[in-house]
Design a protein around this ligand. Structure first.
Ligand code: AHM
Ligand code: MG
Length: 332
């Protein structure tokens, strides 16, 4: 017999009951994102068939225009959030500027609709990342850039969907982190990882070591430490780098580890976006008991000055992030 499962929608409703005076808008926003994720997942599963069914700009067997998957994911999320009516604006990594929605919505959403999209063609995990903030501008008026440039610590919810060997949605509303696995037989996300806590220490590090010649001396010394070459002898750590931030961070969240995308020669702010990628994942990692910094200060304390700005990021198991900071900030 099947065990009683808790679906994402049931879970969101249960949590909503803890706040009897809340309007339920946040809950319905999360459900809108869950719905869009299921539709994106369905399309991703067909990705390998693209050469058979047709590619971007062509039509598929139903005579519908086939979109690139990152455009599809972006459009789907915007459609679902607009239709729900609970958010007043969306900023997406895929759009130059924010998209205004319902002026009477209380929340704004920022998102990377399909992160790691270079991995789509090769059947490797990719993800959707999102953050939700309360708007600062007055409800009923048009949304403003300042609504999207809030510090990460102001997030009221954040999460990601990983499209991997199974599809999972992991989110937090500031009271721990829970993970839901999509059961394709019933088309529902079911609670599978309750109250995720990340280990304080881990055995894995994730960084693109191919760029080592462009890294700082301190970071290179830290990498020597990870590999057991430094004076401070440790059993070498395992290196895992998928090249999809969601997949790398998800792996480390569950198993314990550190993910790094550092500042480097030519790219002093690294590659990853503060608003769309680093803030939501830092919020989740902190909620799970981990740590996230730019090697100097907490990511969630950084003041964004533009929508698409980048930041170096070190996040994961607390003790590992602290050790990395120690090497990077070592006085010469
Ligand atoms: P994208 O938003 O264009 O997909 O790029 C972000 C991705 C991250 O998922 C990943 O951590 C990183 O780029 C990998 O970059 P690199 O190939 O430089 O290591
Ligand atoms: Mg991205």
């Amino acid at each position: 017999m099947r065990n009683k499962v808790t679906t994402l929608d049931e879970f969101i409703i249960q949590k909503q009951q803890d706040f009897p005076f809340a309007s339920g808008d946040l809950s319905s926003l999360l459900r809108d994102i869950g719905l869009a994720a299921k539709i994106i997942n369905r399309e991703i599963n067909k990705a390998g068939l693209v050469d058979i069914l047709g590619s971007t700009g062509t039509t598929n067997v139903q005579d519908e225009e086939v979109q690139k998957l990152d455009d599809f994911a972006n459009n789907q999320l915007i459609f679902s959030l607009k239709a729900g009516g609970d958010c007043c604006g969306i900023a997406s990594e895929e759009n130059d500027d924010f998209v205004p929605c319902n002026p009477s919505g209380k929340y704004i959403v920022t998102m990377d609709p399909l992160d790691g999209s270079s991995n789509i063609d090769v059947n490797v995990s990719i993800g959707t990342i999102f953050s939700i903030y309360r708007r600062i501008s007055e409800v009923g008026t048009g949304v403003e850039t300042a609504d999207f440039l809030q510090k990460g610590k102001e997030q009221v919810a954040a999460g990601y969907v990983i499209y991997g060997s199974s599809t999972m949605l992991v989110y937090s509303t500031g009271n721990g982190v829970n993970g839901f696995t999509l059961d394709p037989s019933i088309g529902e996300f079911c609670l599978s990882h309750k109250d995720i806590k990340t280990p304080e220490n881990g055995k894995y590090y994730s960084i693109n070591q191919g760029y080592r010649s462009k890294f700082s001396k301190g970071l290179n010394e830290y990498l020597d430490y990870c590999q057991g070459f430094s004076d401070e002898k440790i059993k070498p750590l395992g290196l895992r780098y998928i090249g999809s931030m969601v997949a790398d961070v998800h792996r480390n969240l569950i198993k314990g580890g550190i993910f790094i995308y550092p500042s480097m020669q030519g790219n002093p702010k690294g590659k990853l976006r503060l608003v769309y990628e680093c803030n939501p994942l830092s919020y989740l990692v902190e909620q799970a008991g981990g740590k996230a910094t730019d090697a100097k200060q907490r990511i969630l304390e950084l003041q964004p000055t533009e929508l698409h700005e980048r930041t170096p990021v070190y996040l994961g198991s607390k003790k590992m992030v602290e050790k990395a900071e120690e090497y990077i900030n070592k006085k010469k």
